[in-house]
Design a protein around this ligand. Structure first.
Ligand code: 5GP
Length: 144
């Protein structure tokens, strides 16, 4: 979708994931937020936390909804055991010029390990079976 910098497209990919129209490997959901694995992970366990508010970016989301997204990021990130301890990169892009490709506010949780480089951006779709196994592992930790 073209980045016109303003409007929210209710048919964007993440809106469709929220509506259940596109499958994903969900790891967490509450009233205000939803989290799932990135389909082209930069590292194993790369997850996205999204708001349920129809907000395209940091400037469109309400402060309350943003606070809820960040609280989930804070809770979820150290539980993704692909991360060694708390070595986690948190990324959030606003606008195409800043690297945003899906215009529904989301925060990346990218587990990092010393000496293990990130894969290039949008380079390769993950094996769905591997994503499924990773999601199950994360959910087990969250539920445990
Ligand atoms: P950004 O907009 O912050 O650059 O990144 C969007 C992210 O969404 C990318 O990391 C990309 O791999 C991921 N992504 C794009 N389409 C899908 C999809 O259909 N399912 C999932 N799970 N992730 C997606």
């Amino acid at each position: 979708m073209a980045d016109n910098g303003a409007t929210y497209d209710p048919e964007n990919i993440f809106a469709k994931i929220l509506k259940g129209e596109i499958p994903c490997h969900k790891i967490y959901e509450d009233e205000d937020t939803f989290a799932f694995l990135d389909i082209m992970p930069r590292t194993d366990g790369h997850a996205l936390v999204i708001t349920k508010e129809p907000a395209r970016d940091l400037f469109a989301i309400s402060p309350g909804a943003l606070a809820k997204v960040m609280a989930v990021v804070q809770t979820l990130a150290p539980k993704i055991k692909e991360a060694s301890a708390r070595r986690v990169l948190i990324q959030q892009f606003n606008g195409a010029a800043a690297g945003q490709t899906v215009f529904h506010l989301h925060v990346h949780i990218v587990p990092r390990k010393a000496g293990v480089p990130m894969r290039p951006e949008a380079a390769k779709m993950a094996d769905p079976e591997e994503l499924k196994a990773t999601a199950e592992k994360i959910k087990a930790v969250l539920e445990g």
